[in-house]
Write a protein of this length. Structure first.
Ligand code: SF4
Ligand code: SF4
Lengths: 363, 501, 239
């Protein structure tokens, strides 16, 4: 049977997120709770979380979370890592053995820093170097899969229902200023942990709900720039688009939103504002990065999150807040499960980005 | 400026020596082709209106009539076929979207015809179906993945609701509105007599037919016409129509002209108002929404009815079917590229979707790879034309087949492919009272029962030849199939060997 | 009868609801779907946030939500009444054929899409605040009223209202000059007989949510109706 990456597996989902604008660190317990009322949006074939601010003591280092099928895959991969990185810590990620989660691979994390000598020889900035390392391991090393590679953040995922995945990874023992979560409903099961979400590259992580119909147009465009869509999932291509537009093209988050959920021409034609003309410009420059079909996503990054719906709003999404903490979820019930007293419940319109950032210096 | 004229497609040939001027053809043709010339006391024909439905030919008492393809032709061109040119004429003069009916007529691969069946010789015995037991009964519905026992050690035999079929064939969805009252009555009565099921389609259930509820599948489509509490509870199963093989991704549109009398009442919309079925269900934009719709129907009927999800065979059908299997559906129905329709845009009908044989083979394989094939039943349709097609479908992995075009042909349809006009001379695709009454529902029932009885014998005969005496052991038994005239890729997708292997 | 929904899965909760007719009050509701689906003889009060497809196929029951409701409220509803003291999500009243939905706050995208009426069955949705894009898409009958009582300064409607509308009426409070309606519809100021048609719904809305009915003076309303019940007639040519 073909596993994710060899075949495209559409899936539906549940997503949620929480973030403190003052940078207050919250344990992972709350975000796990949000998934319980949305149980029926997943089917037990994938769940995961991303936490930001969870590794303050290693904030200068890239935290690589890796699945290995067997010890030999780990050996090969470590050998390769040592060629380019200083590994300051290497340990297995603590888990809790529970009957709901089975077929557990080797789950390891490394805190690493690229060797300065290698960077200067290759004339690469360190982000680019790390991104290339991840692409290489995931596409060329058998039995090894890097599923998280940012600084002071980490993704945790598995095959199972998300609430079980949260217990499995003991997320209550981590504290972060922002969390995102995902419950997956794939249309088939290769039963492979790498296929669960969030999808993360560097400090970007994406949780996503829906099936975009533009996938292959987007994929073939983004692959021109060195990305390899090894999973064939919407989430992966969205993460690469975000990395490409934000990091490599230097767009703002609002501009990113305007590319991937571009306004209709009828809307742009009706306005003569500067904003409209720059949005029209972006639409003309990046037509192949418009995502069509239903999606709602939460993009996590260092110091913030952005939530976005497709321009027709074919998926549901709700936001709310309570003092410094902001919440996003596919259903209001999920928000109430995190915080019964959340206020300012709001349904963003299609294509209207909701960007929440932690105060500068507070993360 | 072009002259807006397309030479008639058919020629009406009347033998003057045989014609007795009885004027029956004049009355029988709803298209107004035959015209009585009072001065000359003869009949004339206006060929421009003829659709070659053969009604006049069949009713002429002296066999004086013949409808033939017109030999007046445009200059031959292997690239610009005559049809392509005529279609441009039509669109240039009207600005309209081309609208057709029934299944795609173009010569795209019919894989049934390239699959051959096996029979026993020497190494195991064939069975004589007339004298030895031969079982064709199937149960459609969800089966448990794990056996449970009661505290006293006996088996817990509670099963999700099932559809029981004496023959693995059902009449697939045709709405009241797209076909006539008498056509529906024929189907309902035949289903009851045969111990199978017919399907209301998306137009609701006429109050007269509630009595056949135990043999009825009620459909819920995106327009939700006629869907209410009693309707949902009336049938033996509920089918969610997500798509149709003849027009995947396209909604339905029954013109206001057909929304008259009882059709309006059954659909519960005003007379003369268009009945528009949106392309998607607007509460299903993603796979987890399908689960929501499936369970909302189960909740509304207190888990008493199996839920069928019907989809068109499209490129990604294997993954889609897997998703449906995991959405709580009990039965998946797949409608292939060549499936029929009462009206569909020509371009969609002829270009979108994939043949049912390939879709079925890959869905069955995918569900097996995932270990969930037994969780759901699989029903396929989209041009199943005879008993051999049924046997091949089952051997490829189907639990049962849906037929519609074949059933209409049994009722008199001559495949003239002009259902969209609403003037069906055979009383099927029409709501005009004078045409509807040409189809006698009891005669229709009899012909449908005949057809399926004959098919059942043929199926048993083929099974017997294979040494199989129970239809379950034919299901997915692909070693009973061999291919001819196929590429290795085609054989690989069908999961069968080449003849001679 | 009171039911505590805390920690209950939707099927258990709904089984309990279907066993009891008459008055029911559900506490601590959190995301359970299909509440009172297909129900006819009961009055259900919900405290908390009910899940998607609340009151789907409703056949006469009354539902009152003290809080917001999620997506697909009253999906294919046939009769009865749903009152939401808050906002609703997307696709409220999809394919609804009868009964009434009163929402004190806003509605999401695709409210009243493919709503239809038949004889004495005339569905009504009254939205207190604003409505998202695609309001009344394919509307084939019934009445949608949007009152625009929201205070966040956003427009009363999103984009693309009434696409494919071929029956029914939409009432908007205010002149709605800035809203673009499709060609196959007509917009006009509400006449006294239009206002008479909705007076009882407005009265009920005001009664339910304690608003002074005089706030809505008659010349305040715009009516949108389709020009034809056969919007796509010209589009096809037989082949
Ligand atoms: S349309 Fe049918 S009945 Fe009329 S002339 Fe042609 S074949 Fe005969
Ligand atoms: S049902 Fe009637 S109109 Fe349609 S193809 Fe058959 S004979 Fe022609």
């Amino acid at each position: 049977m073909q596993r994710e990456g060899q075949v495209r597996i559409p899936s539906g989902c549940a997503i949620s997120a929480m973030i403190s604008t003052t940078g207050a660190r919250m344990t992972g317990e709350t975000i796990v709770k949000s998934m319980i009322p949305m149980h029926d949006r997943s089917n037990g074939l994938g769940g995961g979380f991303a936490g930001y601010g969870i590794y303050p003591e290693y904030r200068e280092f890239y935290a690589l979370h890796v699945f290995f099928d067997d010890p030999s895959a780990q050996y090969e991969c470590e050998k390769y890592l040592k060629e380019g990185y200083e590994i300051v810590k290497s340990e297995s990620i603590p888990i809790r053995k529970i009957p709901e989660i089975t077929d557990v691979p080797i789950i390891w994390r490394y805190f690493v820093a690229p060797l300065a000598s290698v960077l200067s020889r290759l004339q690469l900035d360190e982000h680019e170097f790390v991104a290339r390392t991840v692409t290489k391991i995931n596409s060329q090393f058998r039995g090894a899969y890097v599923f998280s590679s940012g600084k002071n953040m980490g993704a945790f995922k598995a095959v199972g229902f998300p609430e079980d995945v949260g217990r499995f990874y003991r997320l209550e023992e981590y504290a972060g200023y922002s969390w995102t979560a995902h419950g997956r409903y794939p249309t088939n099961t290769p039963g492979w942990w790498g296929g669960a979400h969030p999808f993360a590259l560097l400090d970007y992580s994406v949780v996503h709900n829906g099936e975009i119909s533009s996938y292959d147009a987007n994929r073939r465009f983004i692959e021109m720039f060195g990305y390899r869509c090894t999973l064939q999932t919407d989430t992966e291509v969205i993460a690469y688009i975000a990395d490409y537009l934000l990091r490599r093209q230097g767009l703002t988050l609002e501009e990113l939103a305007s590319v991937i959920a571009a306004p209709f021409w009828s809307e742009l034609d009706a306005s003569e504002s500067v904003e409209s003309s720059s949005r029209a410009y972006l639409r003309k420059v990046f037509p192949s990065l418009l995502l069509t079909g239903p999606f709602s996503i939460v993009l996590g990054f260092t110091g913030g999150v952005m939530a976005l719906n497709d321009r027709l709003k074919l998926r549901s999404m709700v936001t709310a807040s309570n003092r410094d903490v902001h919440y996003i979820a596919s259903e209001e019930a999920a928000i109430r499960a995190m915080d019964p007293d959340a206020r300012n419940v709001y349904s963003p319109a299609g294509g209207e980005p909701v960007i929440i950032k932690v105060e500068e210096g507070a993360y | 400026m072009a002259i807006n004229y397309i030479y008639p497609e058919f020629d009406v040939i009347r033998d003057p020596n045989r014609c007795i001027t009885c004027r029956i053809c004049e009355r029988e043709c709803s298209n107004g082709v035959h015209i009585y010339d009072a001065d000359r006391k003869t009949l004339r024909a206006d060929e421009t209106k003829c659709v070659d439905c053969q009604r006049c030919v069949a009713t002429c008492p002296t066999r004086a009539l013949k409808i033939v393809k017109n030999t007046c032709a445009l200059r031959e061109n292997e690239n610009w076929h005559e049809n392509s040119i005529k279609e441009i004429f039509k669109q240039a003069s009207s600005g309209g979207v081309l609208l057709s009916s029934m299944g795609a007529p173009n010569p795209l691969a019919v894989y049934w015809e390239r699959i051959l069946l096996n029979a026993s010789q020497v190494t195991n015995p064939s069975i004589d179906p007339l004298r030895e037991p031969m079982e064709t009964r199937v149960f459609l519905g969800r089966k448990p993945s794990k056996i449970t026992r009661r505290p006293d050690g006996t088996l817990d035999t509670t099963l999700a609701p099932q559809l029981e079929l004496e023959t693995p064939i059902m009449f697939s969805a045709m709405s009241y509105g797209s076909i006539s009252y008498n056509a529906h009555a024929s189907l309902a009565r035949a289903a009851q007599e045969l111990g199978i099921f017919y399907n209301t389609g998306e137009g609701g259930l006429h109050e007269d037919f509630y009595q056949y509820g135990a043999h009825t599948i009620v459909q819920v489509a995106s327009g939700r016409f006629g869907v209410h509490e009693d309707y949902l509870n009336a049938g033996a199963a509920i089918e969610i129509k997500m798509g149709q093989g003849a027009k995947p991704g396209i909604g339905g549109h029954l013109p206001g002209a057909k929304i008259v009398g009882d059709v309006s009442k059954t659909r519960m919309i005003p007379e003369g108002s268009d009945a528009i079925s949106p392309a998607p269900h607007h509460d299903v934009y993603s796979i987890e929404d399908l689960r929501q719709l499936v369970f909302s129907l189960k909740e509304a009927t207190r888990y008493q009815k199996p839920v069928i999800v019907k989809v068109a065979a499209v490129h990604n059908i294997a993954a889609i079917a897997s998703g449906i299997a995991r959405s709580g559906a009990d039965i998946i129905a797949i409608d292939g590229y060549r499936g029929g329709t009462g009206a569909a845009p020509t371009r969609i009908r002829d270009n979108v979707g994939i043949p049912i044989e390939l879709a079925l083979a890959s869905v069955d394989k995918r569900l097996r790879d995932e270990g969930i094939r037994n969780d759901v039943s699989l029903v396929v349709g989209g041009s199943v034309r005879n008993a051999a097609d049924v046997v091949k479908a089952i051997a490829l992995g189907a639990d049962a087949c849906y037929i519609a075009t074949a059933a209409l042909i049994a009722l008199g349809c001559h495949l003239c492919r002009t259902c969209q006009t609403g003037r069906c001379n055979w009383g099927i695709a029409t709501q005009r009272a004078e045409l509807v009454k040409r189809l006698d529902p009891d005669e229709g029932r009899r012909r449908l029962v005949n057809l399926l009885t004959a098919w059942r014998y043929e199926i048993m005969e083929i099974m017997g030849g294979m040494g199989i005496n129970s239809i379950e052991t034919l299901r997915g038994n692909r070693s009973m199939l061999r291919g001819v005239n196929m590429t290795s890729k085609e054989l690989e997708i069908l999961g069968i060997a080449h003849a001679g292997e | 009868m009171r039911i505590d929904a805390k920690g209950k899965l939707f099927d258990a909760l709904n089984a309990e609801i279907s066993e009891h007719n008459g008055e029911l009050e559900i506490d601590n509701c959190l995301g359970q779907r299909f509440i009172a689906a297909g129900a006819s003889a009961k009055q259900v009060v919900i405290n908390g946030v009910p899940g998607n497809a609340l009151g789907a196929y409703l056949a006469g029951a009354t539902i009152e939500v003290n809080g917001n409701a999620q997506d697909a409220v009253g999906d294919t509803m046939n009769a009865g009444k749903i009152v939401v003291r808050g906002n609703v999500g997307d696709a409220v009243g999809y394919a609804m054929r009868g009964g009434a939905i009163y929402i004190s706050g806003n509605a999401g995208y695709r409210a009243g899409i493919h709503m239809k009426e038949y004889r004495e069955k005339k569905p009504v949705i009254v939205i207190g605040g604003r409505a998202g894009s695609f309001l009344g898409e394919y509307q084939a009958g019934g009445i949608i009223i949007v009152l625009g009582l929201h205070k966040d300064g956003k427009p009363i409607l999103g984009n693309f209202p009434c696409a494919g509308m071929h029956g029914g009426k939409i009432f908007l409070r205010g002149d709605a000059q800035r809203v673009v309606f499709p060609r196959q519809t007509t917009r006009r100021a509400a006449s006294p007989s239009d206002m008479y048609e909705i007076s009882s719904y407005l009265a009920e809305f005001c009664d339910l949510f304690k608003i002074n009915v005089r706030e809505f003076s008659r010349d305040d309303f715009t009516v949108v109706v389709p020009n034809s019940s056969n919007p796509y007639k010209q589009m096809y040519v037989a082949n």
